[in-house]
Write a protein that binds this ligand. Structure first.
Ligand code: PXP
Length: 236
C-alpha cells in the first residue's frame, strides 16, 4: 500500500500568521525522506493554504510523485497545464467548506470533465477523479475514460456509530470491487486517522491512501517535546 501525504495544513499553519514558516516544501522533503510515496497539495481557488509559489517549489524539489489536487475551474486548469505535476486529482470545491465535503459529480459534469481531461492529458499529466463510493459515479468515470479514481472515505471515517461505520465500510469495499471489475486503479482517502485506517488498508484493490490532517496533527504532538527542548537549550 502506498502512502500519499497531503501537506495542505502545513500551509494552513503558515497562513495563520501570513508568515514564512512552516515551509510546505520543507515538510514535503521530510515526508519524502520518511517514506512517503507521493506528496499531495490542493491549490484551492481561495488560496487559503497552498499558493502558486508552493506548487512551483514542490514541482521542483519533490522526487516522488507530486499529486496536485484541484477543481475544474478554468484558471486552475490553466495553472496545472503550465506546472505539469505528475498527477492531478480533480475534486469538487466549495468556498465555504472546511474541507472537501464530497466526491465529484462525474455524471453531472461529463462534458466539462471531458474538456479538462483532454487538456491535462495533452500535457502528460496523469488524471484521477475524487469520487464518492457510488457505483453510478464509478460507471461515469469509466465512461469518461479515466484510468484511476480516488474513493472518498469520509462517510466511513466520520461515522458516529459502530453500525454506521460497518455500513460505510461495506459500501467502500463494494465500490472498490466495482471499480476493479471495470479495470480502474483505485486510491482512497479523506478523514483517515491512526484509529480507522487499518481496516481500509486491508481492502484488496486499493493501491494508495492519501492522508493529511491526522498526520499533521500527530506531527505537532509527537514533535512538541523536541521543539521545547531545543528552545530551552537555546535560551539557557
Ligand atoms: N484526498 C483528497 C482528494 C482530499 O481532498 C483530501 C483532503 O484535502 C485528502 C485525501 C486527505 O484528507 P485528510 O486531510 O482528511 O486526511
Amino acid at each position: 500500500m502506498e502512502l500519499g501525504i497531503n501537506i495542505d495544513h502545513i500551509a494552513t499553519l503558515r497562513q495563520l500568521r501570513l508568515g514564512t514558516e512552516p515551509e510546505p516544501a520543507f515538510a514535503a522533503l521530510v515526508a519524502q525522506s520518511a517514506g512517503a510515496d507521493s506528496i499531495v497539495a490542493h491549490l484551492r481557488e481561495d488560496r487559503r493554504h497552498i499558493n502558486e509559489r508552493d506548487i512551483e517549489i514542490l514541482k521542483e524539489v519533490v522526487r516522488v510523485k507530486f499529486n496536485l489536487e484541484m477543481s475544474i475551474a478554468k484558471d486552475i486548469v490553466e495553472i496545472a497545464c503550465c506546472l505539469k505535476p505528475d498527477q492531478a486529482t480533480l475534486v469538487p470545491e466549495k468556498r465555504k467548506e472546511l474541507t472537501t465535503e464530497g466526491g465529484l459529480d462525474v455524471i453531472g459534469n461529463l462534458n466539462t470533465l471531458k474538456t479538462v481531461k483532454n487538456r491535462l492529458e495533452k500535457q502528460g499529466i496523469a488524471l484521477s477523479l475524487f469520487i464518492d463510493p457510488d457505483k453510478k459515479q464509478i460507471g461515469a468515470a469509466k465512461i469518461l475514460g479515466v484510468k484511476m479514481i480516488e474513493l472518498h472515505t469520509g462517510r466511513y471515517a466520520d461515522a458516529k456509530t459502530a453500525q454506521d461505520q460497518k455500513k460505510y465500510f461495506r459500501e467502500l469495499v463494494s465500490a472498490v470491487t466495482c471499480a476493479k471489475n471495470k479495470g480502474l486503479r483505485v486510491f482512497a482517502g479523506h478523514g483517515l486517522n491512526y484509529y480507522n485506517v487499518s481496516r481500509v488498508a486491508k481492502i484488496k484493490g486499493i493501491e494508495e491512501l492519501n492522508i493529511g490532517y491526522s498526520i499533521i496533527c500527530r506531527a505537532a504532538l509527537v514533535g512538541l517535546e523536541r521543539a521545547v527542548k531545543e528552545m530551552k537549550a537555546l535560551i539557557s
